[in-house]
Design a protein around this ligand. Structure first.
Ligand code: HEC
Ligand code: HEC
Ligand code: HEC
Ligand code: HEC
Length: 337
């Protein structure tokens, strides 16, 4: 084994071997995915994105709103945590629903929605599609304006899909289930252990209509899938490191998230042997210093911040046409979720 992978493995062993003094502190309450005061709801998108809305309504993200609280497993988790019901509990709402502020209170209004992934839209809605005033069109928009529009939408909270790292962060923020109490006490699964960005975004949740002029829902082109694959691994490393930062006891949650981050690091290391990218190098170097042990919040959060910065830079600068060497690692279309 090479040096980084070895170090990684050692970290895991260190973690698993720790006899934790389980200090039960207030668990890291899950962060709200959307700002409820800035949510405009799916209805506001439907005017221009009908096809995307139609696809969304066929996904588990949409159905969770009606289905979740009826599931025996959801009742069991709520019981374990002393909660009344999923729909009334902030902790579940955070990942299973989108909320909107109505009369000063955040109310669940739908399942995981457009804005859960693309960012609450109040401040970016009229910016993201403004080609430069009412008479401008996509065809005559200048490159400068396009760049400006993209940057301004991001500044105003949009997880614009041109930087894939932004959107990957949405997925992993929920799919790593970074909540110790939810897993250890509630009995919730420790996130989607096999989550991989290409496979999970190109199947049932895929809604790529714009690039085909609204006619077809196409799988993204290979150059984009390559970048997406790498971005997914970096985001996995960031969020599993963040989750490990929350671990206060040596139990199911901590062991799972520490293993997950070690696994992501090994995969990323193997990938780096093929593509030798300075940003990936940066992420791996940051992670090599990580001690995957309990109650190590400050160090692990700092490392996660560095991985995040590296991931964002990678997504900005990556040229998918030069990443052909990783094609054998990409999931097959029959593995798309
Ligand atoms: C008034 C019409 C309109 C509304 C309303 C609208 N969009 Fe758009 N949207 C567009 C157009 C036009 C584009 C293509 C912009 C371009 O050419 O870069 C777009 C592009 C996008 C993109 C792709 C951005 C990229 O560069 O990859 C996303 C994501 C998106 N919209 C999400 C949303 C969401 C979420 C909502 C609701 C909160 C919404 N839009 C509401 C017209 C609209
Ligand atoms: C940090 C995000 C997050 C939070 C908080 C969260 N969930 Fe989940 N939950 C998920 C994700 C992601 C999945 C899908 C996981 C998968 O791939 O199976 C899921 C799946 C589920 C499932 C179906 C899986 C199964 O084991 O049957 C149930 C039931 C569930 N959650 C209940 C709850 C309840 C009840 C709460 C509140 C006490 C809650 N969740 C809070 C992210 C979350
Ligand atoms: C706000 C939290 C949240 C975000 C953001 C999110 N998801 Fe999910 N996702 C969930 C939950 C919760 C479920 C399970 C829903 C259920 O079963 O009730 C789920 C289920 C799924 C499923 C279905 C899995 C299966 O077993 O059938 C796919 C695929 C998926 N998500 C992909 C993605 C991708 C790709 C992204 C990012 C582009 C993403 N999700 C972002 C919370 C989220
Ligand atoms: C689970 C997270 C998730 C949800 C929910 C979601 N999106 Fe997306 N969206 C993505 C991802 C990821 C991409 C980029 C996919 C790709 O490039 O293959 C994307 C791409 C887009 C695009 C650009 C596609 C293209 O053809 O260029 C638009 C427009 C868009 N989304 C609008 C919406 C709207 C409107 C909704 C709600 C009805 C929505 N999205 C819900 C994750 C999500």
């Amino acid at each position: 084994m090479n040096k980084t992978a070895n170090q990684t493995a050692n970290c895991v062993i260190l973690f698993l071997g720790l006899v934790g003094n389980s200090v039960f502190i207030q668990p890291g309450l899950a962060q709200t995915q959307c700002d409820p005061s800035k949510v405009v709801t799916v209805e506001s998108c439907a005017k221009c994105h009908k096809n995307e809305v139609k696809v969304w309504k066929s996904t588990p993200h949409f159905r969770s709103f009606e289905e979740l609280s009826r599931r025996p497993k959801a009742k069991e988790i709520c019981n374990n945590l002393g909660l009344r019901s999923a729909k009334r509990s902030d902790i579940c709402i955070d990942c299973h629903y989108t909320t909107q502020e109505i009369g000063g209170r955040a109310k669940p209004i739908s399942g995981v929605s457009c804005e859960s992934c693309h960012g609450s839209a109040k401040d970016w809605l009229t910016i993201h599609n403004d080609y430069g005033g009412p008479t401008a069109s996509k065809e005559n928009e200048t490159d400068d304006h396009r760049r400006h529009r993209f940057a301004l939408s991001v500044e105003n909270g949009m997880k614009n899909t041109r930087n894939l790292y932004l959107i990957a962060r949405s997925c992993y923020g929920c799919h790593t289930a970074p909540n110790e109490e939810l897993v250890n006490v509630g009995g919730h699964n420790a996130g989607s252990m096999d989550f991989e960005l290409v496979a999970w975004s190109q199947g049932q949740v895929r809604h790529n209509f714009l690039r085909t002029g609204g006619l077809e829902n196409g799988v993204s082109e290979i150059e984009r899938l390559r970048v997406m694959y790498v971005v997914g691994l970096i985001a996995d490393l960031e969020f599993s490191t963040r989750a490990t930062a929350q671990a206060t006891s040596k139990s199911e949650f901590g062991v799972n998230v520490a293993n997950r981050s070690a696994r992501a690091a090994v995969k990323l290391f193997e990938l780096q042997q093929k593509i030798n990218d300075p940003n990936i190098q940066h992420a791996l170097q940051a992670f090599a210093g990580a001690e995957l042990k309990i109650n190590n919040t400050v160090q692990l959060d700092q490392i996660a911040d560095e991985i995040q910065a590296a991931g964002q830079r990678f997504a900005e600068s990556a040229d998918g046409s030069k990443l052909g060497r990783i094609d054998s690692q990409l999931p097959n279309p029959n593995e798309y979720k």
